[in-house]
Design a protein around this ligand. Structure first.
Ligand code: ATP
Ligand code: MG
Ligand code: MG
Length: 564
C-alpha cells in the first residue's frame, strides 16, 4: 500500500463522525469553498441546521473541497463566519462537527481502488470528446468505451500511475462501470477520479488525482453517518448513482449500514436577485458592485451590510418553506420578513434626506433668537421601556424638499402658503411663503409658530392640522452620508431566457445623499439599525460608519404608507 493511501475498510470507523454522540438525525451543509454564501445558501442552511436544532440532531459543517483550483481559505473563513452570524453552529454534544471532504481523500482513493478490483470501475483513456460523443443523449444509448473491459489489474496499475504523477491532466479518468444504455445518463459510466496537477488549499501537493463531486459526496455522507443528505432538485437524477455507489462499497465492506439517503428540495429562486456564484463573481470582478459585501449583493455579507438581521433571514426561510416545486419567490417576501423583524427592534429617529431650510420667522419674538426648545419622542412607539429621545427645536430647521409646494397639487396637506401643518413632536406652524434664488428655485420656506400648540401639552389639539412634517434642527442636527439602495436589476428574472444579466442592471441601484440626522445619532455604533421615520429602515454601515463620519445604508423602505 502507498504512503498516500489514507486507509482501508477500517478507516470508515475512524472517520465516522457521530458514533459517539446521541444525535437523532444528522444533516450536513456542504458548501464548496469557492465563493461567498448567498441567500440561496441561507435557505439550505436554515433547512439543514434548523432540522438538527428541531429534532435533537446535529448538522455537520462540511467543506466539500474536492476541486483544488477554485478553492481558497478566504472563502472558508467567510463561510464559517456567515453561518455563525445566521445563528447556527457546529459544536454540539460536546464536540465540533466541522469536516473537510479533503480529509477523506485517502479513503476515497481506496474506495476507487476497490471498485476497480471488484470489476465496478476502469481506467478510460478516450479523449474527453470521444467520451462525450459515446455517452449518447436522451434519445440515443451510449457506446461502450474500448477500454471498458480491460483487465482490472491493468486499470489498477494505471490508477496508481495516475496517482504517482506519471500522466498529464485529462489523459485518463477512472469511470464507474454501470450501464452505457441506461436511460439515466448519469448512470452511463460516470467518471469518479481525474488527474489534476494542482495545489490544494489544504492538502497542498499531496495528491494529483481528485475525486469527482458525484463520487465524493455520497462517501462523505456515509463516513459522517449522515441520515438526511438534503440537496437541490437538480441532483434528483444523481440519486441512483448515489445509492449504487454506497451499495457497492457496503458489499466490499468499506462502508456499513445504515447508509445515508438523499432527499431533494427546490432551490431558492428570488426575483430581482442572481444566485449563480459565477455571475456574482463577475459583478465583483468587473466592478459593477463594490465587492462581495456591497449592500446590493445577495451574499450573506452583503445582506448583513445592507442591514438584514439573522432573524429576518430565518423568518424568510420559514415563510417560504421547503417544497419540491421550482417556483420563483417574490423579492417582497424577503423585504416583508425584514420589515416585520425590524419594526419591533429598530429605534426611531428623524432624518431629512433631501434638505430644504425652514425659517421660523416669529421665533425671535416668541422665544428669543438663541432659545432652543426641548422636544422629546419615544425611541419606539410600542416599547416604552426603550426610553425617550431628546432633541431641540431651533429657529431654523431642515425639512424634506417634497414637503413644500408653492402651488399645491390637489390633496397636498403639508406646507404651502397659508396652510398649517405640525412639526412632528413640536409645534403647529403656518406657512407664510418662501425664498428663491435668481433661477426661481426655492431656497427656504418661511413659517410662523402657532403658539401654545406644542405636542404633549394641553393645547396640542387646539388647532387641527392634516399634515405632519419631520425635521431636524439646522444648528444642532448632524450631517450624514446616506446610501439609498434599490434593487440591483430592473427585471424580475435578470438572467431569464439566456439574457445577459448585465443588460438589466439598475442604473439607480445606489444613490448617495447628504442628509441631516437627529443629534442623538452622534454616538451610533456601526451595525445598528434604525427606522428613520417615514423613510424606512437604515443601518449604520459596518465598515465606514465611525465617530468621525456617520454613514447609513438604506435597508428597506417602509410600506408605501406615507400620505401627502
Ligand atoms: P456551485 O455553483 O459552485 O456548484 P452551489 O451553488 O451548488 O455552487 P455549493 O457551495 O455547492 O453551491 O452549495 C452548498 C449547498 O447550498 C448545496 O447543498 C446546495 O444545495 C445549496 N444551495 C446552493 N444554492 C442554493 C439555492 N439557490 N437554493 C437552495 N440551496 C442552495
Ligand atoms: Mg455545488
Ligand atoms: Mg450551483
Amino acid at each position: 500500500a502507498s504512503r498516500r493511501w489514507g486507509g482501508g475498510p477500517g478507516d470508515a470507523a475512524s472517520h465516522a463522525a457521530g458514533v459517539a454522540d446521541p444525535a437523532k438525525i444528522r444533516t450536513r451543509f456542504p458548501p464548496e469553498p469557492n465563493g461567498y454564501l448567498h441567500v440561496g445558501h441561507a435557505k439550505s442552511i436554515c433547512l439543514n441546521f434548523g432540522l438538527a436544532r428541531d429534532y435533537d440532531g446535529v448538522c455537520h459543517m462540511r467543506f466539500d473541497d474536492t476541486n483544488p483550483e477554485k478553492e481558497d481559505q478566504e472563502y472558508v473563513d467567510s463561510i464559517l463566519d456567515a453561518i455563525q452570524w445566521l445563528g447556527f453552529g457546529w459544536d454540539k454534544f460536546g464536540q465540533s462537527h466541522l469536516y473537510h471532504a479533503s480529509d477523506y481523500f485517502g479513503f476515497m482513493f481506496r474506495a476507487a481502488e476497490y471498485l476497480i478490483e471488484a470489476g465496478h470501475a476502469y481506467v478510460d483513456q478516450q479523449t474527453a470528446e470521444e467520451m462525450r460523443v459515446n455517452r449518447g443523449d436522451f434519445t440515443t444509448p451510449g457506446k461502450d468505451s474500448p477500454f471498458r473491459n480491460r483487465p482490472a489489474a491493468e486499470s489498477l496499475a494505471l490508477f496508481h500511475e495516475m496517482r504517482d504523477g506519471k500522466h498529464p491532466d485529462g489523459s485518463m479518468v477512472v469511470r464507474a462501470k454501470i450501464d452505457m444504455a441506461s436511460p439515466n445518463i448519469n448512470m452511463r459510466d460516470p467518471a469518479i477520479y481525474r488527474i489534476r496537477h494542482a495545489e490544494h488549499h489544504r492538502t497542498g501537493n499531496q495528491w494529483c488525482v481528485y475525486p469527482m463531486y458525484t463520487f465524493a459526496h455520497p462517501i462523505e455522507d456515509a463516513l459522517e453517518q449522515i441520515t438526511h443528505s438534503i440537496c437541490t432538485l437538480e441532483f434528483e437524477d444523481q440519486r441512483p448513482f448515489y445509492d449504487w455507489l454506497l451499495a457497492r462499497l457496503a458489499e466490499g465492506g468499506l462502508l456499513a449500514d445504515p447508509l445515508p439517503h438523499q432527499y431533494e428540495f427546490a432551490r431558492l429562486n428570488l426575483t430581482y436577485v442572481i444566485t449563480s456564484k459565477r455571475k456574482l463573481m463577475q459583478l465583483v470582478n468587473e466592478k459593477y458592485v463594490e465587492g462581495w459585501d456591497d449592500p446590493r449583493m445577495p451574499t450573506i455579507v452583503g445582506l448583513r451590510r445592507r442591514g438584514f438581521t439573522p432573524e429576518a433571514i430565518q423568518l424568510f426561510c420559514e415563510r417560504i418553506g421547503v417544497t419540491k416545486s421550482d417556483t420563483w419567490i417574490d423579492y417582497s417576501v424577503l423585504e416583508g420578513a425584514l420589515r416585520d423583524d425590524l419594526e419591533e427592534k429598530a429605534a426611531r429617529a428623524m432624518v431629512v434626506l433631501d434638505p430644504l431650510k425652514l425659517k421660523l420667522t416669529n421665533w425671535d419674538t416668541l422665544f428669543g433668537a438663541n432659545h432652543a426648545e426641548p422636544c422629546s419622542a419615544p425611541v419606539h412607539p410600542h416599547h416604552e421601556e426603550m426610553g425617550k429621545r431628546e432633541f431641540n427645536l431651533t429657529r431654523e430647521v431642515w425639512i424634506e424638499r417634497e414637503d413644500f409646494q408653492e402651488v399645491p397639487e390637489k390633496g397636498f396637506r403639508r406646507l404651502f402658503p397659508d396652510n398649517m401643518a405640525r412639526l412632528k413632536y413640536g409645534y403647529v406652524i403656518k406657512c407664510t411663503g418662501c425664498e428663491k434664488d435668481a433661477e426661481g428655485n426655492v431656497t427656504a420656506v418661511l413659517a410662523e409658530i402657532v403658539p401654545d400648540t406644542k405636542s404633549g401639552t394641553p393645547g396640542a389639539d387646539s388647532v387641527k392640522v392634516k399634515g405632519v412634517i419631520t425635521w431636524v434642527s439646522a444648528s444642532e442636527g448632524l450631517s450624514a452620508e446616506v446610501r439609498l439602495y434599490d434593487r440591483l436589476f430592473t427585471e424580475a428574472q435578470p438572467d431569464a431566457g439566456g439574457r445577459n444579466f448585465l443588460e438589466v442592471l439598475n442604473p439607480d441601484s445606489k444613490r448617495v445623499v447628504t442628509a441631516y440626522v437627529e443629534p442623538g445619532l452622534a454616538q451610533t455604533t456601526a451595525g445598528t439599525s434604525f427606522q428613520f421615520e417615514r423613510h424606512g429602515y437604515f443601518v449604520a454601515d459596518r465598515k465606514e460608519c465611525g465617530a468621525d463620519r456617520l454613514v447609513f445604508n438604506r435597508t428597506v423602505t417602509l410600506k408605501d404608507s406615507w400620505g401627502k
